[in-house]
Design a protein around this ligand. Structure first.
Ligand code: SF4
Length: 352
């Protein structure tokens, strides 16, 4: 595999195999593989939490909603004894319930407590950070405009921290529907997995209507979402076709498809599995870009690369725009029980 660093502005690519760089000129079938891609620290932690809970407490382990938005991951965990439910009242009293990486509202936590469930909170710490921002600004009597997708689990959980103070703004077209009590006490926050560019467009529209709108104390769109979007922009600008691996309900995956198209890819598609790739996508295609959402295990990307190689796209070149080494510790409740049993409390797990 060759490492490639895209050059801004001229549309050419430099291969950095030898350190001296090689101009890529003549058209040939190749794959540009975006990096970073795939699993983020929050997804890794949530999946490992369920795996370790299954190992430690034994099946069944109940999980509210999909632990992460990926069909393959969910079905793999189901095979090991995880049971996914939509709501707390589906879980037998006294059972162990894991909250997904997308987070839950205080009402859900209360319902689980009322039912006598032992809970493990696998909410991504970067989602929890936005929950804390909502708590803080609601306690200071701000109106909070939460930019995000109506109905998405993360947005429901975050808005549920202060439903009387939070209004969800679902994209630029929804900005005109913002209603606030005091224009001098309004702040915007956001879902963690949005398109950076579209979010800023929404903020610009909101600010036209509310010039005193305050910015969040720090970025809410997480590092993993931002890094994957930067990488797919580079890849999309140099590709005829982009394939993004991930599930339809994965917000960050769907955003990657949009960003690839906006960056200049003639076509971009999302697939859960390599078997969904269609022959008709490849007419007049010399360069295929590949990436994957933050909830996608690398094995699914490897299968896509194998499928592309069979179609003549065996020349795979990495396009790397950032290195990631973030790791979150396991949920507190799980760490406590593992430690009490003298077991490993790190995120390391032996994968099959
Ligand atoms: Fe956390 Fe971002 Fe991964 Fe979501 S995409 S789980 S917010 S790191």
């Amino acid at each position: 595999m060759t490492d490639i660093k895209p050059i801004e502005g001229n549309g050419h690519l430099l291969a950095s195999e030898s350190g001296a760089g090689v101009a890529v000129g003549a058209p040939s079938k190749k794959v540009l593989l975006a990096s970073p891609r795939g699993y983020c620290a929050g997804v890794d932690r949530a999946v490992i939490a369920v795996e370790k809970a299954l190992d430690h407490y034994g099946a069944p382990i109940y999980v509210r909603k999909q632990i992460v938005h990926n069909k393959f991951v969910v079905s793999s965990l189901e095979k090991r004894g995880a049971i996914f439910v939509d709501e707390v009242d589906e879980v037998p009293t006294g059972s162990i319930l894991v909250f997904s990486a997308h987070g839950v509202s205080p009402a859900v936590v209360e319902a689980a407590n009322q039912r006598g469930l032992q809970t493990i909170d696998a909410t991504c710490p970067l989602v929890t950070k936005v929950h804390r921002e909502v708590q803080r600004f609601a306690s200071e009597d701000y109106d909070i405009l939460l930019i995000g997708h109506n109905g998405h689990e993360e947005v429901e959980g975050t808005a549920g921290e202060a439903p009387e103070r939070v209004q969800v703004i679902d994209g630029p077209e929804d900005a005109a529907n913002a209603v606030v009590r005091d224009p001098n006490k309004v702040i915007w926050l956001s879902q963690t997995t949005l398109s950076v560019d579209e979010t800023m467009e929404t903020v610009t529209r909101l600010r036209t209507l509310l010039p005193t709108l305050q910015n969040p104390p720090s970025d809410d769109i997480c590092y993993a979402t931002q890094n994957r979007q930067v990488a797919i922009k580079k890849v999309g600008a140099a590709s005829d076709l982009v394939i993004v691996v991930g599930s339809a309900n994965s917000s960050n995956t769907v955003r990657l498809v949009e960003v690839a198209k906006q960056a200049g890819a003639k076509a971009a598609y999302r697939v859960d599995f390599a078997s969904e790739i269609k022959d008709e996508w490849f007419s007049d295609v010399e360069t295929v870009g590949v990436s994957s959402g933050a909830s996608v295990p690398e094995v699914l990307v490897e299968e896509v690369l194998e499928s592309l190689a069979i179609r003549g796209f065996g020349d795979v070149r990495n396009v790397t725009t950032a290195e990631e080494d973030i790791q979150f510790s396991l949920p507190t409740e799980l760490r406590r029980d593992l430690k009490a049993a003298g077991q490993e409390t790190s995120n390391k797990i032996k994968r099959n």
